[in-house]
Ligand binder design. Structure first.
Ligand SMILES: [Zn+2]
Length: 252
């Protein structure tokens, strides 16, 4: 009797140990082998916190005053656009190719939802400009407004995500003149349903993608022209509350 009890207790401890090892191995694999895991653990890697939420690789040789001034100007542009900001993305500045590979990008935003939305922006010197940083910060703000408190899921199409982010990206290759040239003054526009997923939006050549940014930026700009920023904020809030994006967007 006593032996059977001991065996059961041993078996239980054994199972708990196996589960612990599996969880530990999965966590190590996540942190070491995924770009999101790498971004989330930047504070514990070879990075220095330049200021709150801004981490610069220890081997970064760029001008840190320039980094700060670009971040400040980008933040001002993004705040002016939204009125106020709710997001506080982690910004990672790095030029080391090997590290950038582990981070999974040199000018992009990765967001994750763990009850709240957390965004991680990776930027290399090549893309360190107000246009690119403001573009990425706008993604972070959009993601926070949509995904806070939600389960991980896709709630808005990719063209909309990029279209909103491009509102604060003033590069001429995406502007209204570029739109006129790329779409034959609006006569030749791709069906947005064809670029509503990430694989669709980012596929093909660089010029394919530029065309999609141009079309998305213009589409969202026109929508904001009709509905205002308040209309955009209201739409995001309703999507966050569970309403369907397509229905809300197409009604206005
Ligand atoms: Zn973008």
């Amino acid at each position: 009797m006593e032996n059977a009890k001991k065996r059961r207790r041993f078996k239980k401890s054994y199972i708990i140990l196996i589960i612990f090892i599996i969880v530990l191995a999965a966590s190590v694999a996540f942190v070491q082998f995924t770009s999101l895991g790498h971004r989330m653990t930047v504070p514990y890697r070879n990075f220095t916190e330049l200021r709150n939420h801004v981490f610069v690789a220890n081997d970064y040789s760029g001008d840190l005053d320039n980094v700060i001034s670009i971040l400040d100007e980008s933040m001002t542009r993004v705040s002016d656009f939204w009125g106020n900001t709710e997001s506080s993305p982690i910004i990672i500045i790095c030029d080391n190719d090997k590290t950038l590979k582990k981070l999974g990008g040199d000018h992009d935003t990765t967001s994750v939802v763990i009850f709240k939305a957390y965004s991680y922006i990776s930027i290399s010197s090549q893309y360190l400009s107000v246009d690119v940083v403001a573009h990425e910060m706008t993604h972070a703000e959009l993601h926070t407004r949509i995904y806070d408190g939600k389960l991980p899921q896709k709630l808005v199409p990719t063209w909309f995500d990029e279209g909103v982010a491009s509102q604060n990206d003033y590069r001429t290759k995406y502007n209204d003149e570029a739109w006129s040239a790329a779409t034959n003054n609006g006569l030749d526009i791709i069906d947005l349903n064809e670029i509503d997923t990430a694989p669709e939006f980012y596929s093909g050549t660089a010029s394919d993608r530029v065309y999609r940014y141009i079309v998305s930026r213009h589409e969202v700009k026109e929508w904001i022209g009709r509905n205002g920023i308040d209309g955009l904020i209201e739409l995001l809030s309703k999507v966050n509350s569970g309403d369907n994006f397509d229905q809300l967007y197409s009604k206005k």
